[in-house]
Design a protein around this ligand. Structure first.
Ligand SMILES: [Zn+2]
Length: 111
C-alpha cells in the first residue's frame, strides 16, 4: 500500500467523499456480504477499482464491514499472488548428489 493511498484514506476528502457516502447509503448502511448494520461493526467503503482514486464514482466502491473488508482484501491479495507468472529464469544450481544406494553392491549381492 503506497503512502499516497494511506494519506488519502485518512483525509477529509475521502471521509467526506460523496461517492463513499453513496456506496454506504445505497447498501442501507449494511455490509454487502454479511448484512451486519454499521452500528454493530464499523462499515467501510471497499475500492473495487483504484482507477479513479481521489475522484471515485459510487460504483467504484462497495460497502463492507471491517471484518468482511479484511477477508476480501486478503482473498484478493492471495488471488493476485496465485495468478503471478513464475519466474522464467531460475538461478538455483542443483548440486550433484550421492546416489541413495550403491548399484554395484546390489548387483553383487544376488545369491
Ligand atoms: Zn461483513
Amino acid at each position: 500500500m503506497s503512502s499516497r493511498y494511506r494519506i488519502y484514506m485518512a483525509s477529509e476528502a475521502w471521509l467526506e467523499s460523496p461517492a463513499r457516502y453513496e456506496a454506504l447509503r445505497s447498501a442501507d448502511f449494511r455490509c454487502r456480504i454479511c448484512n451486519v448494520p454499521s452500528d454493530e461493526v464499523p462499515l467501510q467503503a471497499h475500492h473495487r477499482t483504484y482507477e479513479r482514486l481521489g475522484a471515485e464514482l459510487p460504483e467504484d466502491l462497495t460497502a463492507l464491514c471491517l471484518l468482511c473488508h479484511r477477508e476480501v482484501t486478503n482473498f484478493l491479495a492471495a488471488r493476485r499472488y496465485a495468478l503471478q507468472q513464475p519466474p522464467t529464469i531460475v538461478d538455483v544450481v542443483i548440486q550433484e548428489r550421492a546416489p541413495l544406494w550403491d548399484a554395484s553392491m546390489a548387483a553383487g549381492s544376488a545369491a
